[in-house]
Design a protein around this ligand. Structure first.
Ligand SMILES: [Zn+2]
Length: 239
């Protein structure tokens, strides 16, 4: 695994608005407080419900309305149990490795893994496709586990660069090899639905480790992906 963290000290010159608008990541690990798991999920949901109710009331919404009454509770449950469940290590997928009995030592590519994440600067969705590849060094991983690892790290407030690197790091650790590649192609709703309101752009990030740093391997991987089918992401958004 290459050292992903360079010197971020120049970030000190940036304002919070700069960091949000330019989607700058300040660390590879998700910034967490030391007391992150002192509260139970139930306690967190109760607190979030209370605070989200306050946000809605501040915006002037009438919470006695039948349609709005249950929203704070729904949002709290959704945050803790669904869209941000990847913050809690207890939800990390357990991964069993198998012996590579087939003698298959070419790359394995799992492509078009659809994921939903949320931008940590605006808390609006990031919708995308992850393409993951590795070359076995003796053990193999169940295909559904590749998908589950992507989903686990997606279910956090994220920036796409960090999501890419966290998935890469996890796969390198689990598989005991640097021969891992990831490409993520995603659409950020904070870019399309607000801010510059660019509905057509998508963001591509990549990680190439070990063998994949060689041009021939990288090219082979990218050919399997046929990245020109960018419409995939648009289809996800429209469905
Ligand atoms: Zn954003």
């Amino acid at each position: 695994m290459r050292n992903a963290q360079k010197n971020f000290s120049k970030n000190l010159l940036l304002t919070d608005d700069d960091i949000g608008d330019d989607h700058i990541m300040t660390s590879l690990s998700t910034p967490m407080r030391p007391d992150a798991f002192d509260l139970s999920d139930e306690e967190k949901m109760a607190k979030i419900e209370e605070h989200f109710r306050e946000i809605m009331l501040t915006m002037g919404l009438d919470l006695t309305d039948d349609s709005l009454r249950g929203t704070p509770k729904r949002v709290a449950k959704m945050y803790v149990q669904e869209i941000f469940s990847g913050l809690n290590p207890k939800n990390k997928p357990t991964v069993a490795l198998f012996e590579n009995k087939y003698g298959y030592y070419e790359m394995l590519v799992e492509k078009d893994i659809t994921f939903y994440s949320n931008c940590e600067h605006h808390f609006v969705p990031i919708v995308g496709k992850a393409h993951v590849a590795y070359i076995s060094n003796g053990s193999v991983i169940g295909l559904s586990k590749l998908n589950r690892i992507v989903q686990y790290y997606a279910k956090r407030p994220q920036v796409q660069e960090r999501l890419t690197m966290q998935i890469a790091q996890e796969l390198c650790n689990i598989l005991g090899t640097d021969d891992v590649a990831i490409v993520i192609d995603a659409h950020h709703l904070c870019v399309s639905s607000r801010g510059v309101q660019d509905v057509n752009s998508s963001t591509v990030t990549a990680y190439y480790g070990g063998e994949f740093m060689k041009e021939a391997r990288k090219t082979e991987f990218l050919q399997y992906l046929n990245l020109s089918s960018k419409s995939n992401v648009t289809e996800v958004l429209q469905s």
